[in-house]
Design a protein around this ligand. Structure first.
Ligand SMILES: Nc1ncnc2c1ncn2[C@@H]1O[C@H](COP(=O)(O)OP(=O)(O)OP(=O)(O)O)[C@@H](O)[C@H]1O
Length: 318
């Protein structure tokens, strides 16, 4: 096991933080931690890398207590809000990070290390800018440099907090490819991100944080299979029913009209947290004298899952 946390909790003075997080991360996995803004994702990661002291709970990295220098030796980390010394060149930033990892300046000037700096810059696609100062980099290039810093010492575990937030679609695609190549090399990756397409493309395991609490964790295929999206084909539908039905729904249960025609036949696209909620939806429809012709699950997508887990109460009308 690479990472294990037991009831990890951080409570900030003004509230917020995260509560009682127990997670396990196995070697070779790409793990995606999802959640809306302010859910507590960065707080969790900061405790794991030793930047924040937990209020309670514990964790082990490589079997060593989190927060210790020893537990960090095999770890590469890209913080969410990174700021580099913008008067340094990309190569110099990497040399500085090598020194932070325990090397001397003389060692960073060895042909081996110069080669390594060029290699990681190449890996993130900015090798041609290595001798330019960081202040001349775009935000996306700085983010790429941050990923290069995380990979620099060839860590076994790479923790990336929002690695693609400043990248254009090509850059994001390249990050997904990079993550896949890291997995092929047997590395383990922990990813905090809002970019659901990236998570869908690459993660094996997904956890969902909401208001500081862990709401779900498991293999992505399994979580999506527990399908949150259903189609209900009905008869006897008329537009005024939309509000009547909406008023009776439970948190996490939402629907939109997918199709409807003048004869009163309609297809409702329903997002639910559980099968029981679909039972409730059927009951509500029957109470409104709607005829149900067919109820069937639709293969889930991460976006729908994310919205239903967040308890999004938005209803869409088409
Ligand atoms: N240093 C701090 N002091 C006080 N409260 C904080 C601090 N850092 C974060 N918080 C609060 O803790 C909660 C979780 O914040 P955190 O940054 O961990 O969330 P997040 O899921 O990473 O959000 P985002 O996706 O927006 O980066 C929020 O309510 C936030 O306001």
């Amino acid at each position: 096991m690479i990472l294990q946390t037991n009831g990890l909790t951080k409570t900030y003075a003004g509230g917020g933080g995260c509560e009682n997080i127990s997670l396990e991360l196995n070697r070779g996995q790409i793990f995606g931690l999802l959640g809306p803004n302010g859910a507590g994702k960065s707080t969790f990661v900061k405790m794991v890398v030793g930047l924040l002291h937990p209020t309670s709970g514990s964790g082990q990295l490589f079997g060593l207590p989190i927060g210790t220098a020893e537990s960090r030796r095999r770890l590469g980390y890209l913080p969410e809000l990174f700021r580099f010394q913008d008067w340094l060149t990309g190569m110099e930033v990497l040399a500085y990070h090598a020194c932070l990892s325990g090397m001397t300046m003389t060692q960073t000037r060895s042909p081996h290390m110069i080669g390594r700096f060029k290699e990681v810059l190449h890996r993130v696609g900015i090798e041609h800018r290595g001798n330019d100062r960081v202040r001349q980099y775009s935000k996306g290039m700085q983010q790429r440099l941050g990923i290069a810093c995380a990979l620099l010492m060839d860590p076994e575990l790479i923790i990336l907090d929002e690695p693609s937030s400043a990248l254009d679609p090509i850059g994001r695609h390249e990050v997904v490819q990079l993550l896949e190549s890291l997995r092929q090399e047997g590395k383990t990756v922990f990813l905090n991100t809002h970019l659901l397409e990236d998570v869908e493309a690459v993660c094996d395991q997904v956890a969902f944080l909401h208001q500081g609490k862990l709401r779900a964790v498991g293999p992505m295929n399994e979580l999506l299979r527990h399908g949150t999206n259903w189609e209900i084909h009905v008869g006897g539908w008329f537009p005024e029913l939309f509000d009547a039905v909406s008023k009776k729904l439970l948190p996490g249960l939402t629907f939109r009209m997918k199709k409807s025609d003048e004869s009163g036949e309609a297809v409702l696209d329903v997002t639910a947290r559980s099968r029981e909620q679909i039972g409730w939806m059927n009951r509500v429809l029957i109470e409104e004298a709607v005829t149900i012709y067919e109820v069937r699950p639709v293969e889930g997508r991460l976006r729908e899952w994310f919205l239903s887990m967040s308890g999004a109460q938005e209803e869409f009308r088409t």
